[in-house]
Write a protein that binds this ligand. Structure first.
Ligand code: MG
Length: 311
């Protein structure tokens, strides 16, 4: 039976958190380090190894990506849409928790420090293309699901508070557009994403994704051609490639994202799997997510409540 709209909303938010938690122990590791620490692919929630950036977390916990996705969702719900003041309050609350165990993004922290100093939303962000504002764009695709133009517009604007870089803004816009369409059961065409992107870097990255898909590249080749670093268009591009290579199977798509590591190259596995989980959850609904993960994800009740309120 096809998933209902509310099941797609809960699937998207829970899927994002589960992907984040699954990829967390692999964050910033090379393939060699992952194999050394975990004896191969991570297939379930595990405690992170003591030499990893998220070493203070436990199996099933998520990172800054999900924390900020929740903060963004709460701001959208409370102010009934994008409002920079309400968004700023939520981000400052998050910064002031000083929870470094979540391996928080540097640009995000610096951007919020600027907001705290009173620098206006549009100028506060750092001119760096990290993926922090792209994962934060997930709830824009849900809240504005019926109006894709608004989803894109506000996801871009949301990026400015922490990442005013144009690649980061384009990447956030692509995430919002994709999520909005997936809730409607539509797989966005790459041409459309290229149209809404304003930078040549993101357009080129989408070309890479298209080439990988039409040549049925495997995950290793996808990582090689698209990249798996924490730069926003690599994270978004690789997540699109992984999801589109496997649209119906949540478990194996998210697992591929969480293991997106390569020889000698550190992978942003938590953010990549977070986006894959959001996409697959928005498309297939919460019913497609394995119970073993739904039951063990940190803060499940809050995640469900937030998704229902966005709906
Ligand atoms: Mg993270």
């Amino acid at each position: 039976m096809a998933a209902t709209l509310v099941e797609k909303f809960t699937g998207c938010i829970l899927g994002a958190a589960i992907g984040d938690a699954l990829g967390m122990p692999n964050e910033d590791l090379t393939l060699e380090e992952r194999d050394l620490y975990y004896g191969g692919e991570i297939r379930d929630f595990v405690d992170p190894h003591k030499n990893t950036p998220c070493r203070f977390l436990k199996a099933g916990q998520y990172t800054d990506d999900t924390q900020l996705m929740l903060a963004t969702s709460e701001a959208l719900i409370e102010s009934k849409g994008f409002d920079p003041d309400s968004m700023k309050r939520k981000l400052i609350q998050w910064l002031d928790m000083k929870d470094e165990s979540r391996y928080r993004g540097e640009a995000t922290k610096q951007g919020i420090e600027n907001l705290k100093k009173g620098i206006p939303w549009q100028e506060a962000g750092i001119d760096k293309a990290g993926c922090g504002s792209a994962t934060r764009a997930i709830p824009f695709g849900l809240y504005y699901y019926s109006n894709i133009d608004e989803a894109i517009k506000y996801a871009r604007l949301s990026s400015c508070g922490t990442h005013k870089n144009n690649i980061a803004k384009d990447s956030a816009a692509c995430v919002a557009a994709v999520i909005s369409n997936l809730t409607k059961g539509r797989i966005v065409q790459l041409d459309y994403l290229k149209q809404i992107s304003e930078t040549i870097e993101v357009k080129n990255k989408l070309d890479d994704v298209e080439r990988c898909l039409s040549n049925s590249r495997n995950i290793e080749q996808g990582i090689e051609e698209i990249g798996n670093s924490s730069i926003a268009h690599e994270v978004v591009g690789l997540a699109l490639f992984i999801f589109w290579s496997n649209t119906s199977d949540f478990e194996s798509a998210v697992r591929a994202g969480a293991n997106a590591v390569a020889k000698g190259k550190k992978g942003d596995t938590d953010s990549i799997a977070c986006l894959v989980g959001a996409m697959s959850g928005a498309y297939n609904g919460i019913g497609a997510i394995p119970k073993k993960w739904l039951n063990r994800i940190e803060n499940r009740k809050t995640l469900i409540k937030v998704a229902e309120k966005l709906f």
